[in-house]
Structures are given as structure tokens and as C-alpha cells.
Design a protein around this ligand. Sequence first.
Ligand SMILES: NC(=O)c1ccc[n+]([C@@H]2O[C@H](COP(=O)([O-])OP(=O)(O)OC[C@H]3O[C@@H](n4cnc5c(N)ncnc54)[C@H](O)[C@@H]3O)[C@@H](O)[C@H]2O)c1
Length: 252
Amino acid sequence: MTDFEGLNALVTGGASGIGRATAELLAARGAHVAVLDLDPSGVAGPLRAYPADVTDDTAVRAAVAAAAADLGGLDVLVNNAGIGAQGTVADHDDAQWRAVLDVNVLGLVRTTRAALPHLRRSAHAAIVNTCSIAATAGLPRRALYSASKGAVLSLTLAMAADHVREGIRVNCVNPGTVDTPWVGRLLDAAPDPAAERAALEARQPTGRLVSAEEVAAAIAYLASPLSGATTGTALAVDGGMQGLRLRPPAPR
Ligand SMILES: NC(=O)c1ccc[n+]([C@@H]2O[C@H](COP(=O)([O-])OP(=O)(O)OC[C@H]3O[C@@H](n4cnc5c(N)ncnc54)[C@H](O)[C@@H]3O)[C@@H](O)[C@H]2O)c1
């Protein structure tokens, strides 16, 4: 399918996991793709790399301007760069709160602010934010991370309202637990990684982790010109975790 033929996309956090799978899928479907990442050294093939930290407004503006100039404009922005945090509301000091919100919330604000003038010139402008099930379900020991993704969900709706009349659609995906290097690091840090993985798998009704490619497919769906009537939505990609209530498996 080549629904992105002739379109230019910028994916933040596009060097790893969900962002990497998204950048590769958009390119496979015809887009010219720029990856903005802290460390895009592993980015190759048709993807263009733009090193920048989303907490640095000057660096973000420079990277977005360079990507738009090199590609000849921007049609799609995927705000995907994000970091995690584990703990209750009492477990992090102010500096840790500011650090996570700076990446997960303000990072999205900075890239969007820099990209908007380019998106306004596109006939198929779309923004997709990588949110999380942590925005819609209470997960234990995820207070700071959930607060950041709750803000991403609300921002998605507010941005969708602000920019709909400019022809810019804004949506988000809410993944469950996705098998990415991030979750690999989380499992490595657990006292019993195999037991932790089994617990995460069991939390999703499908009984397995979501793949980065499955989230990428949902992001591409929302970003595609074929979805021109879809704005202000949150698409769950969570193996049924948010919406389903299953009975425990029957004993064998
Ligand atoms: N993996 C999951 O289970 C899961 C679930 C729900 C939502 N998410 C969200 O998906 C997104 C991607 O997660 P992932 O699992 O692919 O993680 P990942 O760690 O594999 O990839 C994240 C990428 O973001 C980049 N990045 C981090 N901080 C940055 C910064 N300050 N500036 C620029 N780039 C930065 C990293 O270099 C990395 O390439 C995040 O927003 C995360 O919150 C992940």
C-alpha cells in the first residue's frame, strides 16, 4: 500500500522500539521519513536522522527546520519520544517529576510548535501522539508516568480542537505493554525477569505483549490520508487490556 506516497513524516524517538517500527512502516508505505532522536546513530536506509533532545527547544527547532527543508515540507508528525518512571506519587522528588514531564509532555509541545507552520501548508496534515494505557487505567507504581500520559491524552483532544479548522488532524494511540527495548530494560531490572514478563503478558487479555509493529500500524492508520475524518481519538492497541473484563481461565 502506498497511501503515504508524496508525503513527508517526522517521527520523534524514531531510533528504537515503536518509533523505529513506525518510521520504517511509513517509509515502506511511500513516505519520506525523518527521525528525530537523542541518538539516531543506528538509523539507516531510507530514513534520515536528526539528532536532538526534545527537552532542548533550540535543538528541536533546528532539527524540525532541517528535516522540513531536506524533505521539502512536513505532512505527518509522530510525537513518540518518551521515557518511563516507576513509583507511587511519593517516590519521586520534584526534579524527577520535572525531568519526565519535560520529555513526555513538553517534548511533544516543542516538536509540535516547531512543526505547525509546516503542517499548515500540507493538504494532508496529521499529528499522532504516542500516549499509553496508563492514561486511561490506574496501573500500580506508575504515578508520574501516568500523569505525563494523562496530559498527552488531554493535549491530543485540545490540539485536535485547536487545529481542525486548519486541516490538521490530531489523534493518539494508547498501547498496552509493548515488546520494545524499553520493556526489555524494565524486565532486566526486575528481581525475576521471567516472572515479571509472565505477569505483564497475563495482564493483557490476548495473553501476550503487543508488538512495536502493531502499534506502528495503528499510528500509520491514524496518520494516513485515508483517515481524513478521524480526529480527536485515542486508539487502544493493548490486547484488550482497557476494554475487556475476562473471567479467569477455567481450571484444566
Ligand atoms: N513499550 C511500552 O510498553 C509502551 C507502552 C505504552 C506507551 N509507550 C510509549 O511509546 C513511546 C516509545 O516507547 P518505546 O517502548 O518504543 O521506547 P524505546 O526506549 O525503545 O524508544 C524510545 C526512543 O525515544 C528516544 N528518546 C528518549 N528520550 C528522548 C529525548 N529527550 N529526546 C529525543 N529522543 C528521546 C530514545 O532515544 C529512543 O530511541 C514512549 O512515548 C512510551 O511512553 C511505550
